[in-house]
Design a protein around this ligand. Sequence first.
Ligand SMILES: C[S@@+](CC[C@H](N)C(=O)[O-])C[C@H]1O[C@@H](n2cnc3c(N)ncnc32)[C@H](O)[C@@H]1O
Ligand code: SF4
Length: 407
Amino acid sequence: MIAIGSASMDAGTSTADRLARYMRPGTLSLAALPPLSLYVHLPWCLKKCPYCDFNSHQQADTLPEARYLEALRADLEAALPFIWGRRVHTVFIGGGTPSLFSPAAIDQLIADLRARLPLEPGCEITLEANPGTFERERFRAYRAAGVTRLSIGVQSFNDAKLQALDRVHDAAQAKAAVAEAREAFDTFNIDLMYALPGQTLKQLHQDLGQALAFQPPHLSVYHLTIEPNTRFALDPPQVPDDDTASDMLDLIIERTAAAGLERYEVSAFANAGHRCAHNLNYWQYGDYLGIGAGAHSKLSFPHRVVRQIRYRDPATYMTQAIAGTAVSQDDEVKRSELPFEFMLNATRLKEGFELARFTERTGLPLSAIQNQLQQAKERGLVSLDLAWVHPTARGFDFLNDLQELFL
Ligand SMILES: C[S@@+](CC[C@H](N)C(=O)[O-])C[C@H]1O[C@@H](n2cnc3c(N)ncnc32)[C@H](O)[C@@H]1O
Ligand code: SF4
């Protein structure tokens, strides 16, 4: 990425100066701006999980709810000139553990967003919730506050596996959380992980059986990754080998299909009408404004695509955001990097992408990816017709190989 200015010089730059740089002439030409989503990051958890590299921090004492909401308001207000006149298609309140925030705080947050942004009618508003951070009334209160979709981080329904992951909840709490989400919401998601420490195919079978018994309209299943700078990286647990993990993925595909869920993205399975519109916008290389500690944004302008990052440490973020300077770094996506960025997202979708969308979202001609697409076709990784590119089953299995062609 090209730094629009060095990170240190950029930190205190005013919104007006940033906007002037984003709007200046350039070699790209985007005919129309893509749909815009809003991401709101709430960075605290009861305890840091040993596999997690998200910007999440163990809650020390009481949550500074009011001050954090003030910071989010100031952050959003300073960011409005970057998205002037654009409607917001989806909102995702993620973390961390957003369900640590009281329903009253979430109600205030959504009111603050609505007062400052034109949300599309019927806009999807997702909130991430952890089992064990709620009471029965809490989910209903989130719903009343305007949340339309709950995403529950279950990971596993097996007590021994939850302990191996050092989760704060047990299987009974996970089941209670899903049962309540089902009652309170028209649509919800369960997050599971597989290839867990010491996990057998039979145990995964049981986890899937338990998840599917709730008939979730959406299920996300992620391969546990050992991320650098996590406790698991320092002291790695014994996880299933690649062959077993591959058998596990086959089992996931088979069981979800038998339950009528469509694998519309590499890790996401949904009933008709229940896909996650927010994540779809990411995968279709749409725009998103991310507010909150460490949040990332991707914003298009007539002649460039820009990435912004906000201060990562919650206390620093709050101070900076309230002073109107939440952005710690911004970079322009280089012309040469746009094809890879686009393909990294678009190839995750079963339906692939319309060729015209590549030009619309990157401002580049199709010739920028034509040779690589041809190579991908010859290697059986995609199928091509006049208007669309679809990853093949082989392309989905060897996604890294497919994506690397566009590096
Ligand atoms: C942003 S996290 C937050 C969800 C919520 N705080 C929780 O932990 O239940 C969203 C999801 O990412 C997945 N995830 C987190 N770390 C992972 C890792 N190292 N490997 C695979 N999936 C991971 C988990 O399934 C988690 O539910
Ligand atoms: S609860 Fe979720 S966000 Fe928090 S540390 Fe654990 S995995 Fe990360």
